[in-house]
Write a protein that binds this ligand. Structure first.
Ligand code: FA5
Length: 349
């Protein structure tokens, strides 16, 4: 540097020379003493890294007088090469040692207790569904299916709800405008499985007996109401069907599911698609009443809507809550527990 005097240049050369001697004398012990590969790399960085000792020393080179620069430069480079060669060799030795230790260590401890297999099981609602389908199939019902998104018409109007009837508000849900064959149609996330009654009657000729399980959606939310829950619809159409048959089938079914010591209570209720209509509650010994289903004799207007002659055909229908059955059967106080997917809860029964 032009501003450096001879004394400064001499000092730089001395510091550099001393530093090179110090580094040359110490790096081997530091590398060899490292505990593992990570520590070895750290030691290497302390010497050769951007902030390492040798890197810092070399910054003095530009202050060294030209006459000494060549010799000191050669020494520095030779030391640098020596250190990095030694680092590479030490690294290989470290890795070899670590691998050998790994291979000679016992890799399996046969005395450890086994972890056990988490054997899966069906969700309580799925189990209830299978059980119910078995019962109804043994009574001669076919199993039918329908989409969760259906025409507004199948969910309400065809079942006798007048347009904009407040009863539809009780089952508020998601309404979706869609297009079918170029026409706007109102579709809805179905609020009950009764949509399948309409679909099956439009598809089949009577007599018929079907059950249709599936998910339904409503703006509902408390300890016995979930916004998404499961229903099972039942429909029987034949000649001269009576309310006694409805009552007989439902009582038999409920006592098969809950046990013969279960109390069953029929209450009158209103649904636009049945006449007369009712609701059914059950109570296990020592428990509370729980509403399980709605039911009734198929309304003549519904038969007309699907092209069946109401003077010739009669029938009954019911729609029950699978979640509610699971709650009573397994003693679940809050419906939310069925949807939280907590394995401790799900594997407890
Ligand atoms: C209906 O959904 C009618 N479609 C049932 C029906 C079918 C009547 C055929 C007549 C003929 P309701 O809204 O009451 O009715 O619901 C039927 C059952 O579903 C209830 O008894 C209850 O067990 C269950 N349920 C209703 N809302 C919920 C909810 N938010 N969460 C869980 N279960 C529910």
């Amino acid at each position: 540097m032009s501003c450096m005097n001879a004394q400064d240049a001499g000092e730089a050369a001395n510091t550099l020379t001393e530093g090179l001697t110090r580094v040359a004398g110490s790096y081997r012990a530091l590398f060899e003493g490292a505990a593992d590969e990570h520590a070895l790399r750290e030691q290497n960085a302390k010497v050769l890294g951007p902030h390492g000792e040798l890197t810092q020393l070399l910054k003095l080179m530009r202050h060294v007088d030209k006459s000494q620069r060549r010799e000191l430069g050669q020494r520095s480079n030779a030391l640098k090469t020596e250190i990095s060669t030694f680092f590479d060799e030490t690294l290989v030795a470290f890795q070899k040692r670590a691998r050998e230790a790994e291979l000679s260590a016992p890799h399996l401890d046969p005395t450890l207790p086994a972890r056990g297999h988490g054997v899966g099981r069906l969700h309580p609602i799925t189990r209830i569904k299978h059980e119910l389908l078995d019962i109804f199939q043994s009574l001669g019902f076919d199993v039918a299916d329908g989409p969760e998104i259906d025409l507004h018409e199948n969910c309400f109007e065809k079942l006798g709800f007048p347009p904009d009837h407040p009863a539809a508000d009780m089952q508020d849900t998601f309404f979706v405008k869609s297009t079918q064959a170029g026409h706007d149609v109102d579709t809805v996330l179905r609020t009950h499985t009764s949509t399948v009654q309409v679909r099956e009657m439009l598809k089949r000729k009577p007599p018929l007996a079907i059950v249709a399980p599936g998910a339904v959606y409503r703006r509902d939310d408390d300890s016995t109401h979930s916004p998404m829950f499961f229903q099972l619809e039942g429909l029987l159409v034949d000649r001269d069907v009576t309310f006694a048959e409805l009552k007989g089938v439902l009582t038999l079914f409920l006592q098969r599911v809950f046990g013969s010591d279960t109390e069953v209570r029929f209450r009158p209720s209103y649904f636009p698609f049945v006449e007369p209509g009712g609701e059914v509650d059950v109570r296990r010994p020592g428990g509370d009443w729980m509403e399980i289903l709605g039911c009734g004799m198929v309304h003549p207007a519904v038969f007309e809507n699907v092209g069946y002659d109401p003077n010739e055909w009669s029938g009954f229908a019911f729609g029950l809550g699978l979640d509610r059955i699971a709650m009573v059967k397994y003693g679940v106080p809050n419906i939310k527990a069925l949807y939280e997917n907590d394995v401790r809860f799900l594997s407890s029964f």
